[in-house]
Design a protein around this ligand. Structure first.
Ligand SMILES: Nc1nc2c(c(=O)[nH]1)N[C@H]1C(S)=C(S)[C@@H](COP(=O)(O)O)O[C@H]1N2
Ligand SMILES: [Mo]
Length: 221
């Protein structure tokens, strides 16, 4: 090593700074950096899978389940379970982030991707929003771009087994990049709309979009 490249002797301060770097001193953990950080701000990790809903669990067998897709679409669709399951099947693994602050990593879903669904029903040019209608009367709304996110799907299976009734079986929506209240359980109908139509929680103080990385929990956020 030449003289010019020789480093000055370590001082007490540089030694302290190295130790702080190792310890992650001064990091608040509050910055939101979706690229590098997996847990959104204000969330904690859980290993079990809590059940959250309005307190009623619709009892719909695969045999009786129907899905209606209508509104601003070129091709309205009315599927029974066999017809739904006959569509292209996709598997996605994604994280759940619930507004009540729990997150659950690596959920393995299988079903029909929303992109394949859009290719089948062909939204008209004026369609900009969707409303999900569920067998328990629950509703939730999404901008078409959010519904069409690459890893969003209508899931009939979780971890390689049919989705349990308490988690929305036979079929639920999964939109991983938004808080989980947007992921409608016991899916019954999807309506395409020109104008937004806030759903059950969206008219009761929840944020209209619900991006966990921006902590869009409540309508004032
Ligand atoms: N049909 C329906 N879907 C629903 C709800 C509901 O009450 N009814 N609750 C939402 C909320 S607030 C959450 S956090 C998740 C919970 O899904 P899980 O019970 O599978 O964890 O479902 C969402 N989808
Ligand atoms: Mo929730």
């Amino acid at each position: 090593m030449s003289d010019e490249n020789e480093l000055p002797a370590e001082s007490k301060l540089t030694r302290s700074k190295e130790r702080w770097a190792r310890e992650g001193r001064f990091l608040t953990g509050k910055t939101s950096r979706p690229q590098q950080q997996r847990l959104p701000p204000g969330q904690h990790l859980t290993r079990d899978w809590p059940t959250l809903d309005l307190g009623v669990t619709p009892n719909i067998s695969r045999q009786h389940w129907r899905l209606d897709i209508y509104g601003a679409v070129e091709n309205p669709i009315f599927w029974n379970f066999a017809q739904f399951a006959g569509q292209t099947q996709t598997k996605f693994t994604s994280d759940i982030h619930c507004v009540t602050t729990w997150s659950r990593y690596d959920n393995q879903w299988e079903g029909l991707s929303t992109r394949d669904l859009l290719a089948a029903c062909r939204p008209r040019g004026e369609a900009r929003f969707v409303v999900l209608n569920c067998y328990d009367g629950y509703t939730t709304n999404l901008a078409l771009e959010d519904f069409a996110t690459e890893d969003a799907l209508l899931a009939h299976s979780w971890s390689g087994a049919p989705l349990e009734q308490e988690h929305g079986g036979p079929v639920r929506l999964v939109v991983p990049h938004l808080y989980f209240w947007k992921s409608a359980k016991w899916l019954k109908a999807i309506e395409f709309l020109e104008r937004d139509a806030p759903g059950y929680w969206e008219v009761r103080g929840y944020h209209n979009r619900g991006d966990p990385w921006a902590e869009q929990r409540y309508s004032g956020d």
